[in-house]
Design a protein around this ligand. Structure first.
Ligand SMILES: NC(=O)c1ccc[n+]([C@@H]2O[C@H](COP(=O)([O-])OP(=O)(O)OC[C@H]3O[C@@H](n4cnc5c(N)ncnc54)[C@H](OP(=O)(O)O)[C@@H]3O)[C@@H](O)[C@H]2O)c1
Length: 264
């Protein structure tokens, strides 16, 4: 049992599946309470039942499309009224489409930025004044290794996750001054439904399947870091090493890795 989580009220966006669902289960296992957001309300309802059957946590669900920014302040105010205090926000809702820039319809590019970047910023903006007033809190932004190390066939997705990391790094320095922790999470491929949209042809999944992370493992790492001052979580370790080498020697990595990256 992680004592830091006990009695904490935590919002998770994108909680209807994948790592969002696993993080919710992990938080409940450790005594935290949950405000769950996603579009598919019936899946949130199923998760709520599952949590309530096994744990003592309070769980409320708030079906919402995070790309509808105008609705975020109202929903977050309702959450604050329902819970009193909010201690943590995990900005996890997101999707990717793995296409080359010349074949990606602009509507998809825009959609990725609306959910991955602008939705995340709007959600953060809706809870920061409350955390600032309390002088404590934790914001966790789920970015990606694609935000550290751009590879072909995912230019728009990579760009959206680079934006998340830029925002997160700036926010961390600002929020430290009023007692709020900020963590970026950069996973490599995780075995979730993410790829049903990202990789319609199945080629990428076929090529990287053996290296895919278990969503429960990722969730555990994230939840273990909550209410600590962890700066970044990078998984898996070998992929993080690759992104460090890329930052040091970008031309070399692009030249040597190009053929391999196109296996996506
Ligand atoms: N899987 C990977 O390989 C991988 C690697 C690195 C980073 N990530 C990141 O990890 C996060 C979670 O992905 P996952 O792998 O768990 O994928 P997933 O299983 O597809 O889950 C994505 C979650 O985001 C929600 N979501 C998507 N669009 C939304 C919207 N407009 N409004 C509200 N919720 C929305 C989905 O719920 P609804 O459809 O019900 O709205 C779902 O709960 C994403 O930010 C993704 O970019 C994933």
């Amino acid at each position: 049992m992680n004592k830091r989580l006990k009695g904490k009220n935590i919002i998770i966006t994108g909680a209807s599946g994948g790592i969002g669902e696993q993080m919710a289960l992990k938080i409940a296992e450790n005594g935290g309470n949950l405000a769950l957001i996603a579009r598919r309300g019936h899946l949130l309802e199923e998760l709520k039942q599952k949590v309530e059957n096994s744990y003592q946590s309070k769980v409320n669900i708030y079906p919402l499309d995070i790309a509808k920014y105008d609705e975020i302040p109202g929903v977050f105010q309702t959450i604050l009224n329902d819970f009193g205090d909010i201690h943590g926000l995990i900005n996890n809702a997101g999707f990717g489409v793995f296409k080359e820039a010349h074949e990606a319809p602009f509507s998809e590019v825009k959609g990725m930025f609306e959910v991955n970047v602008l939705g995340l910023m709007a959600a953060t903006g809706a809870i920061l004044p409350h955390m600032r007033e309390r002088g404590s809190g934790h914001i966790v932004n789920i970015a990606s290794q694609a935000g550290k190390f751009a590879t072909p066939k995912s230019s728009a997705y990579s760009a959206s996750k680079h934006a998340v990391l830029g925002y997160t790094n700036s926010l961390r320095m600002e929020a430290e001054r009023y007692g709020v922790n900020v963590t970026a999470v950069n996973p490599g491929p995780i075995a979730t439904d993410f790829f049903s949209i990202a990789d319609e042809s199945g080629t990428y999944v076929k090529n990287v399947e053996k290296w895919m992370l278990d969503p429960r493992f990722v969730a555990e790492k994230v939840v273990d870091s909550m209410f600590t001052r962890k700066r970044e979580i990078n998984l898996p370790v070998w992929m993080n090493a690759g992104s460090v080498v890329y930052q040091l020697f970008p031309s070399f990595v692009e030249k040597v890795g190009n053929k391999l990256f196109f296996k996506k």
